[in-house]
Design a protein around this ligand. Structure first.
Ligand SMILES: [Zn+2]
Length: 156
């Protein structure tokens, strides 16, 4: 397998530690379902911290290109590593810890070509909750849509 190190940010989460597990004999233990599909052996694991709302430590099960196939929530990085050990015995000695600051992670996130901010208030996609509307050249978050409606009702 082509072992490429993960980016600083996966989806909207900062990578804290990662490990390659493609050559560790997989052990069935517990189960991880995503959209009704069971996620089985993966080649790459990452423990991440969400850039938006704090969700604890995310144990991300990834493909070789670090696309997330499934996520397990854990209380801490240590808990995430311990959970990974259940499926990938010996991974404990493989974790590569990263010292990426939140600032550096946000810089990386902002540099991505995808449109990731509300065109009106400038909030990043993970900073506003709930729905949003996306057009060809702009994105508007639910909060801005609500504010717009309030303004409209005021005027009429
Ligand atoms: Zn907005």
């Amino acid at each position: 397998m082509n072992r490429n190190n993960p980016p600083l940010v996966i989806d909207a989460a900062r990578v804290i530690a990662y490990a390659f597990v493609d050559d560790i004999p997989y052990r069935q233990w517990g189960s991880l379902y995503v959209a009704g599909e069971r996620v089985e052996q993966v080649p790459c694991l990452a423990i991440c911290s969400n850039l938006g709302a704090d969700m604890g430590a995310l144990l991300c099960h990834c493909d070789a290109d670090w696309h997330v196939l499934g996520v397990m929530l854990g209380a801490s990085v240590e808990a995430g590593k311990a959970r990974a050990e259940d499926n990938y015995p010996g991974v404990a000695s493989r974790w590569v810890d990263r010292e990426t600051s939140v600032e550096a992670a946000l810089d990386y996130y902002d540099a991505q070509p995808e449109r990731t901010r509300c065109s009106f208030c400038g909030k990043r996609r993970f900073e506003f909750m709930g729905s949003y509307v996306e057009g060809d050249t702009a994105l508007i978050c639910g909060e801005c849509i609500s504010a717009f409606h309030r303004e409209l009702n005021k005027e009429s």
